[in-house]
Design a protein. Structure first.
Lengths: 419, 161
């Protein structure tokens, strides 16, 4: 019996001879990640357990990206606690200030996470790195503390669901639309405890930015991880970034799946997830008249340079509707600079957008773009739960950068084709 | 362990933003977090509940963010344990790691109502609905997890090792 890519990566990080779904294993961790919200608890737990030194200062990433630039005194205190720990422990991958980016955009960009890695992060969207062919999963702060101490952690081996996606994507349809469509079909617990493996002809030509958007939202279907078998597109992405060896794993032809789902992507139109669940998905032609107050383009799902290019293409020589606050958040300093050099920031400013520093703030209702009672936002983010971006009576509609940009111009949920 | 308390029943897909909204995550102080427990699911929850009470959810309880602040807020609010038809996996992990007892039972969740009193015997693996006397079985906790809980959570377990 063969193995899936998820099983192979997990097995390679143990001393076991074989592995099966449902099995509880201890596995070695290549990278352990924390941020300014989750790391303070992990550090407290680390010290309470008598921790003196982290297992390996090169294998821990601490990224102060959520409530930064510090939104208030409490947030500043949390960042200070993480900074002091990072300095004391000599953490190599510590990012703050002008070097900080949204963690799940930053770590792949810098080559910190690589194909074949086992990555845990005290952030649910750690599953993003599955786009590179890594096993990556979100955990809590206590798990991060244990991993920082021991360099290993317990896991339950997940069964896998295989998605075979075929057909050529239509104009304005992206990885974001694909994953929203899938979540709409299987539900927010459709892949609970399981791995989502994405394959098929649509996937083999899908750019890395789209793969990162898709893997990012695997958690929104309840999955433990999302994973793309690495290929030439992966190799091209990783080659200029990797500073250590990495390994490309692939699923065996006789690997066992809990379920196989085939999806014809050729007829898919841009998708929008209505409040208050990411599974509440409709095609753009079925959205009706939904007036919006804010359009947010950014986040770990869609704040990459490719996303900003699509948005700029639509916003060029246009302006956001007078009642819409358009907020663009380049996810990392490098993306910010690229957007500047490519003239995208000019286009956004002409469109009367607010250009935010890299931050997770607006996506989770922290700061830099909070909604008032009754307000509606279209956002390229990943969650639209009650109160996610502000007041409990505000609403979030999840969409691609193309739809968010077109909606900003027209002041309502809209397809770029309407412009 | 035996827990007996009044049931506060919630629906499917109670997410961690509803359990503890991100706007309160600029602290990890359990007492502060407890003040806002379940706020976006039921704004009056903290004024109604009593220590020892039990939260019952539907499918996929605790979905969304990995924030450990969610089980911390529930535990610090005085909730003795959480039951649901199913749990989101990170919340499930976090609860064990924090020492917040949780259990899964689809039959029980369908059979009980808001305000019922239930008794959970985690050793026997049985839940009794006090009013009707009806008993529901829950899966036993595996031995290694029992040890982890007995040691007081993951980190105390590691410290002991």
């Amino acid at each position: 019996m063969g193995y899936t890519i998820t099983e192979k990566i997990l097995l390679a990080h143990t001393d076991l001879k074989d592995i099966a779904p449902g099995q509880l294993i201890n596995a070695r961790v290549d990278i352990a990640l924390g941020n300014d919200i989750t790391a303070p608890i992990a550090i407290r737990e680390f010290r309470a357990a008598g921790g003196k030194k982290v297992f390996n200062r090169e294998k821990i990433a601490l990224v102060l990206d959520h409530f930064t630039p510090n939104k208030d005194i409490s947030s500043a205190q949390q960042c200070k606690a993480v900074r002091e720990f990072a300095v004391e422990q000599g953490i190599v991958h510590f990012y703050e200030g002008g070097q900080v980016g949204v963690e799940h955009a930053l770590l792949p960009e810098k080559g910190i996470v690589l194909p074949g890695d086992l990555v845990i992060g005290a952030d649910s969207h750690t599953c993003t790195y599955g786009a590179l062919g890594a096993f990556a999963t979100g955990v809590g702060s206590t798990d991060l503390a244990a991993a920082m101490l021991e360099g290993e952690l317990w896991f339950k081996v997940p069964a896998s669901i295989k998605f075979i996606i075929f057909g050529k994507l239509q104009k304005w349809v992206s990885g974001k639309d694909l994953i929203l469509h899938i979540i709409g079909r299987i539900g927010v617990d459709g892949a609970l405890y399981q791995a989502m493996e994405f394959t098929g002809e649509t996937i083999s030509s899908l750019p890395m930015a789209d793969r990162l958007s898709m893997a990012n939202m695997a958690i929104e279907a309840g999955a433990k991880n999302g994973i793309f078998p690495p290929d030439e597109i992966t190799a091209e992405y990783v080659k200029p970034r990797a500073k250590r060896p990495c390994k490309f794993y692939s699923s065996d032809p006789d690997a066992v799946y809990a379920e196989v789902m085939e999806i014809d992507a050729s007829k898919l139109e841009p998708q929008v997830a209505f409040p208050h669940l990411p599974s509440n998905v409709r095609g753009i032609s079925d959205v009706g008249q939904v007036r919006i107050d804010q359009s947010l383009i950014g986040s770990c799902t869609n704040g990459r340079i490719e996303d900003l290019r699509v948005a700029a293409q639509i916003l060029k020589s246009r302006k956001a509707a007078p009642h819409v606050r358009l907020i663009v958040v380049p996810a990392t300093p490098l993306i910010y600079r690229q957007a500047l050099e490519e003239g995208l920031l000019d286009i956004f400013m002409e469109a009367q957008a607010i250009i935010s520093p890299p931050s997770c703030g607006a996506c989770l209702g922290g700061h830099l773009g909070i909604l008032a009672e009754g307000e509606r936002a279209v956002a390229t983010t990943n969650r639209n739960f009650v109160g996610r971006m502000g007041h409990p009576q505000s609403e979030v509609y999840l969409a691609s950068p193309a739809v968010a940009a077109a909606s900003a111009v027209l002041g309502r949920l809209a397809s770029p084709d309407e412009l | 362990m035996i827990f007996r308390g009044k049931v506060w029943k919630f629906g499917d897909n109670i997410d961690t933003d509803a359990i503890i909204p991100a706007r309160y995550l600029n602290t990890s102080d359990p007492a502060e977090l407890a003040k806002h427990c379940m706020e976006d699911a039921d704004p009056a929850f903290m004024s109604k509940m009593k220590p020892g009470d039990i939260i019952i959810g539907g499918e996929n309880f605790g979905c969304g963010s990995s924030r450990e602040h969610a089980p911390i807020a529930i535990k610090a609010a005085g909730i003795s344990c959480v039951g649901a038809k199913s749990f989101a996996r990170i919340f499930y992990r976090n609860s064990f790691n924090m020492g917040l007892p949780i259990f899964e039972s689809r039959l029980l969740v369908d059979a009980i109502s808001q305000g019922d009193e239930i008794e959970i015997d985690s050793v026997k693996g049985a839940i009794t609905v006090c009013g009707s006397g009806e008993v529901f079985a829950i899966s036993p906790i595996p031995p290694f997890m029992e040890k982890l809980i007995a040691d007081g959570g993951l980190m105390k377990h590691l410290a002991r090792k």
